[in-house]
Write a protein that binds this ligand. Structure first.
Ligand code: FAD
Length: 387
C-alpha cells in the first residue's frame, strides 16, 4: 500500500524499541518469534490485521510433506537427493510441532491420521505408484491403494487409485498459530500496517500509522503480501489466490485428509463432521492472483461439481462457508528463508507455494539458526535468488 502525504499522520514521538520486529503474524512470524523466545530479545510481532489475517487463517490445515508436485516429479525437477532433503525438512516440521507444541499442551485439533494423494487419471496413478516406490526406498511409510480402498476409507468414488502417506497430520491452523504466539513471549501489535521500513544508523525504523518501531533486526514474514513492502519480492514471491468451501456437518466417513489431481485439489472432514473442499485455481490461473479477498464463482461451482461427482452420498448437503486466501508462490516452488541480499539485518521467510503449514515451524527454526548462529539453511536459502 502507498501512503499519501495527507495520510501520513503517524505520531513521531511514540516509538517502541525492540530487538526484532517481525512483520506478519501468521505461521511464519509466530514461529520465528517462538524460536527466538529463549534468546533474551525483545520481539514485536506486527500485523496489519488480526493474528492469522492472511493465508495462515484461511488454509485447509493439512500438515503434509513435500510440495506442489508428487515426489517423483520433484526428483525430476530438483534431483532425488534434494527432493529427499526437502521431504525430510517437512517430516522435521511435524516432529518439531509434536515435540515442542503438542507435547506442551497446545490444543489445535492436531491429528496424525496420515493423508491420501488420489489420482484423477490412470496416468496419475502410475506417477503415484512410482512416487511410492521411491519414497519407500527412503524409509517413508507409504502404501499404494486402489479404488475399492478409496471408496471404503474416503467415501469417494471416481479416483483411479492413490497412496497413503501414513505420517502426515492435520490441524486447526488458527488455534495452532495462536498457541505458538502465546508461548513465544512476543508482544503482538495487530492492526498496525507497516508502511515503510527505513534503514537507520542502529538498524531499522518500521513505520506504521499508529507507532514507529525502532528495531535492530527486521523479519518480513509477509509471504504473499511481501512485494507490497519491498520490490525485491516482485519476481520471487507471487500472490496467488486459493478458494475453499465447507459444508454443513455430516456423519463421519473420511479417514484422513486427501489431496487429488496432482495436489491441485483437496478435501478433509473436520472434527465437527463438516467437509472442507479446496482447489481448482487451475481453472483461472491468470486471474486468481493478487491479494484481493474474492470468492470466485466459477471455482466455487467447480468445487460443488467435485463434491457431487466424488461424493454422491452428499448430494443435498448445504454449504456453510466460502472463502479465499492469498498464498505466496515462489519462482521455483520452494520456500525462501534468509537475509534480503545486500541488507544486513533484514530477513525473510515465506514463499511456501501452498504448503506453509507443512513447512512454517521448521522454516522458522532455520531462520532463527541463521539470525542467532549465522547458519545458512540448505536448499531453501533466499541466497539462491541473488540480488
Ligand atoms: C486456500 C488455501 C489453502 C491452503 N491449504 C494449506 C494446507 O492445507 N496446508 C499447508 O501447508 N498450507 C496451506 N496453504 C498455504 C499456507 O496457508 C501458507 O503457506 C501459510 O499460511 C503462509 O504463512 P505465512 O505466515 O508465511 O503467511 P500469511 O499467513 O499470509 O501471513 C502474512 C501476514 O502478513 C501480514 N501483512 C502483510 N503485509 C503487511 C504489512 N504491510 N504490515 C503488517 N502486516 C502485514 C498479513 O496481514 C498476514 O497476516 C493454503 C493457503 C490457502 C490460501
Amino acid at each position: 500500500m502507498t501512503v499519501s502525504y495527507w495520510q501520513d499522520d503517524a505520531p513521531a514521538t511514540d516509538a517502541v524499541e525492540v530487538d526484532v520486529a517481525i512483520i506478519g503474524a501468521g505461521i511464519s512470524g509466530a514461529s520465528v518469534a517462538w524460536w527466538l523466545r529463549d534468546a533474551g530479545l525483545r520481539v514485536a510481532l506486527i500485523d496489519k490485521g488480526d493474528v492469522c489475517a492472511g493465508a495462515s487463517g484461511r488454509n485447509a490445515g493439512f500438515v503434509t510433506c513435500g510440495s506442489v508436485e508428487h515426489f517423483s516429479r520433484e526428483c525430476d525437477r530438483h534431483g532425488e537427493a534434494n527432493a529427499l532433503t526437502l521431504w525430510q525438512m517437512c517430516q522435521d516440521n511435524l516432529r518439531l510441532i509434536e515435540e515442542h507444541l503438542i507435547a506442551d499442551g497446545l490444543e489445535c485439533g492436531y491429528r496424525r491420521r496420515g493423508s491420501y494423494s488420489l489420482a484423477g487419471s490412470p496416468h496419475e496413478a502410475e506417477v503415484l505408484a512410482k512416487t511410492a516406490a521411491q519414497l519407500e526406498g527412503h524409509g517413508v511409510r507409504v502404501t499404494v491403494v486402489d479404488e475399492a480402498h478409496i471408496a471404503r476409507h474416503c467415501g469417494a468414488v471416481g479416483f483411479a487409485g492413490g497412496v497413503i502417506y501414513h505420517d502426515d497430520g492435520e490441524v486447526h491452523p488458527v488455534r495452532l498459530v495462536r498457541g505458538i504466539i502465546e508461548r513465544s513471549g512476543a508482544t503482538v501489535y495487530p492492526h498496525h500496517e507497516v508502511r515503510r521500513i527505513d534503514q537507520t544508523r542502529d538498524g531499522f525504523a518500521v513505520q506504521t500509522r499508529l507507532r514507529r518501531f525502532d528495531a535492530s533486526l527486521v523479519v518480513l514474514a509477509t509471504n504473499g503480501y511481501s512485494a507490497d513492502l519491498h520490490p525485491w519480492f516482485a519476481d520471487k514471491i507471487y500472490p496467488t489466490r486459493g478458494q475453499i468451501l465447507v459444508t454443513e456437518p455430516v456423519e463421519p466417513f473420511l479417514s484422513a485428509p486427501c489431496y487429488a489431481n496432482f495436489v491441485l485439489d483437496y478435501f478433509r472432514q473436520l472434527e465437527d463432521g463438516r467437509v472442507l473442499i479446496g482447489g481448482f485455481r487451475q481453472l483461472a490461473r491468470e486471474t486468481e492472483v493478487g491479494t484481493a479477498d474474492i470468492v470466485h464463482p466459477e471455482i466455487h461451482a467447480a468445487l460443488e461439481a467435485f463434491l457431487a461427482r466424488h461424493f454422491p452420498q452428499l448430494d443435498s448437503v448445504g454449504i456453510d462457508y466460502r472463502w479465499s486466501g492469498t498464498m505466496g508462490f515462489s519462482a521455483d516452488g520452494l520456500p525462501l528463508v534468509g537475509a534480503l541480499p545486500g541488507k544486513t539485518g533484514l530477513y525473510i521467510i515465506g514463499g511456501y507455494t501452498a504448503h506453509g503449514i507443512g513447512w512454517g515451524f521448521k522454516a522458522a527454526q532455520l531462520l532463527a539458526d541463521l539470525i542467532l548462529e549465522g547458519k545458512q539453511p540448505p536448499l531453501i536459502s533466499a541466497r539462491r535468488f541473488g540480488s
